[in-house]
Design a protein. Structure first.
Lengths: 143, 143, 143
């Protein structure tokens, strides 16, 4: 009897998990999420990259699209020479996570296209990209 | 005469306050607001808890629903052993403010359900909860 | 031939820039963007003011409306006595950027109306202003 109650209780705990909004995420209608990275320290960068990982694990990689926009000090995320971070970025890219660099930041910090990890997109202004994604239905979360 | 002008001027200042969006908040149609807590220092945590208080005072507790999602270092907000913070959390709970813990963070930091203040909900991933609330029409603000 | 390829390649890079959401920004239908300032250090404040500048440069000042809401330590942005910052604020005001002070913060920090730069609006609660703007279709971004 105790066991049954424990099982039921476990089930109730599971039921308390996040309820999906409608329409539920699917391959045809994936969640679209955009994260900014604006700080340049290891902890901040890793926090966002881990968030992307967790979100993908939850939805399943085919039911979520993730774009990560790096500007201000966050541009460090995208530098080839930061080998440890670059390895994590490349790994997320294999799951089609988009990485986007802010052109304004690149100009201010004198970063060249060839300094960036291959496959990174460049836009004129990181914040404008956030605004336009939001208007296209992407969910903007600052992890 | 001067007094009348002063009174009129005072009225004009009041009129400059926030204009409600339509439909206006009401008991049947309360504002729904979701705040994250991601930092673990007293100041950051108290800032969000005070923000919840201010928002409730402004709308009136029956015209607003507030959910506070704690993840990363912000999970400290929800620990029983942090007695001062826990007192504030419990006080907000009496006004039906929801407090939600990120299960991923709990696993990473080895925090057990029994370490959390009674009444806290647990979800698999704090950020996913933010995404789904947003899609259900909650307003996401990072205080 | 190499030159032509280089030119084409340059064109492709340009094409990778931010695509506008529909309807595109126009004088009749400008983008509406709201930024908070919540930190009081020079770097944080200047980061948001520069973001406002970059966004205006991108869209053109007549195709974007920007409101900057200052609360908590960010209220420093709006103090007359901070002459360097005040000069930047006044310069943005000439482009119709709105600056809004949180009344709750002013009361807590004992800041008077006359301490603020002329032209600043005051609302009861900065976060409520963010919520209501969001519901009126403004895009909330934390730069």
């Amino acid at each position: 009897m105790k066991k049954i109650i424990a099982l039921l209780f476990g089930a109730l705990l599971l039921l308390a998990d996040t309820e999906f909004a409608e329409p539920k995420p699917s391959i045809d209608n994936p969640r679209k999420i955009v994260f900014p990275i604006t700080h340049g320290d290891d902890e901040s960068i890793n926090h966002v990259l881990s968030s992307a990982n967790n979100v993908m694990k939850f939805y399943g990689p085919e039911k979520v699209m993730i774009a990560i926009i790096c500007y201000s000090k966050g541009i460090r995320t995208l530098l080839k020479k930061e080998k440890k971070i670059a390895a994590r970025v490349r790994s997320l890219m294999t799951y089609d996570v988009e990485f986007i660099a802010c052109g304004n930041t690149m100009r201010t910090k004198n970063i060249k296209k060839e300094d960036l990890i291959e496959g990174v997109e460049i836009v004129t202004a990181g914040i404008v990209e956030l605004v336009e994604r939001d208007l296209k239905g992407w969910i903007y979360i600052r992890p």
